[in-house]
Design a protein around this ligand. Structure first.
Ligand code: UD1
Length: 351
């Protein structure tokens, strides 16, 4: 196994995963429409290799295109077969990801996230490529009582974005059940990825104004925003602000490599796994660690709760440890330091 297709591979998590796969000796084909990311992230990946890039340059191919384009996908799989290097597996990052937008434009979300995946699975089936890792999300879980979330917890998404992720999980489960001797499927349920590669050469670069806390917090630190509005200080948590499970994007990227190792060394299966550190951090704690590690000021004020927010979302990550042998190695200080290094050197992201 060494030829991997990354749909949505120029995005935040995709580009970090691409870097690790190349370093591990994989040949990587990135397919991305770039409607919400920039192919300049791949230039950043090349810069991380520096002088060594020459020996990797034939290992990375970028194709601009949409997963809803059946003909293009077919051509891609076919070409690689003709070259004698069939695509061995797919990591499927492509999709729309804003909760807010999904409420305004649900059809676009269903079309991109669900129909796009159906298209991809059809083409994979056509070319006998049966290994896929899917970017799922902790968003699919329903309201929890504050305890760590297990993979067996209720699936009950509260917005269209979450519904599309839960539906694709179901679709993949049905695909697996259609022939249990064929498909090897890993559904990774991400908690809150933040940070950047330690070089500061690749990182998160939202094309639209961000809604997530980490890019907003860095905008405040960089003086591009006056203050951070904290959504509520009356939650039933120790300091009144919401608790989340922040995970370093490089640890998350490594989980994909571990997942491939698993899928290629075991019997066909369809598995869901939480990818989080298992440690909860409040909004105020995140701000304080960021300030301390980076010696910057972050102005904030409290405002009312955001609709749809939950008090506490933390992973039980024991399955990731047991099944994949995945152990996050970077702590919150690393996430804050690496994220800030990226932001300081690239205040406008890839723009
Ligand atoms: C959000 C999405 C989730 C997605 C995840 C990662 C919602 C309801 N959920 O999760 O579907 O998978 O991002 O992309 O949007 N906060 C503030 N002020 C801000 C922004 C956030 O106080 O300006 C707080 C939030 O209340 C929350 C925490 O920061 O407690 C994290 O927020 P965010 O980064 O948006 O992630 P989630 O809400 O966990």
């Amino acid at each position: 196994m060494n030829n991997v297709l990354l749909t949505g591979g120029t995005g935040y998590i995709g580009s970090h995963t691409c870097l690790i796969l190349l370093k591990q000796g994989f040949k990587v084909i990135v397919l991305d429409s770039c409607i919400s990311s920039s192919s300049k992230s791949l230039e950043g990946v090349k810069k991380v290799f520096g002088k060594d890039w020459d020996s990797f340059s034939d290992k990375l191919q970028f194709i601009k295109g949409d997963i809803n384009n059946f003909g293009l996908l077919k051509q891609l799989f076919q070409e690689n077969i003709l070259l004698g290097e069939p695509i061995d597996g797919v990591i499927h990052f492509a999709g729309l990801k804003s909760v807010k937008d999904s409420i305004i434009k649900p059809i676009e979300y269903w079309e991109s996230n669900v129909m796009g995946t159906i298209n991809l699975i059809k083409v994979m089936n056509l070319f006998s490529c049966y290994k896929i890792i899917f970017s799922s999300s902790a968003t699919i879980y329903g309201i929890n009582k504050g305890e760590k979330i297990k993979e067996t917890s209720d699936i009950s998404p509260v917005n269209p974005y979450g519904s599309t992720k839960a539906t694709v999980e179901r679709l993949l489960q049905d695909t697996y059940l259609s022939d249990k001797s064929k498909w090897s499927i890993m559904k990774l349920r991400y908690f809150n990825p933040i940070g950047a590669h330690a070089s500061g050469l690749i990182g998160e670069s939202p094309l639209q104004s961000p809604n997530n806390i980490f890019p907003l917090l860095m905008d405040v630190a960089a003086g591009r925003k006056k203050e951070l509005k904290i959504f509520g200080n009356d939650w039933d948590t120790f300091d009144g602000t919401c608790i989340r499970d922040y995970v370093h994007v490089m640890d998350l990227a490594e989980a994909h490599v571990k997942s491939f190792e698993y899928l290629f060394s075991t019997e066909p299966a369809c598995i869901s796994i939480n990818i989080g550190t298992g440690k909860g951090t409040s909004v105020l704690e995140l701000i304080n660690v960021f300030k301390k590690v980076n010696l910057v000021d972050i102005k904030f004020s409290f405002t009312s709760r955001r609709k749809g927010d939950l008090s506490c979302v933390v992973a039980d990550n024991s399955k990731a440890k047991e099944v994949l042998g995945w152990n996050p190695t970077r702590n919150l200080s690393d996430m804050c330091r690496d994220g800030w290094k990226w932001k300081k050197s690239n205040p406008y992201g890839y723009k």
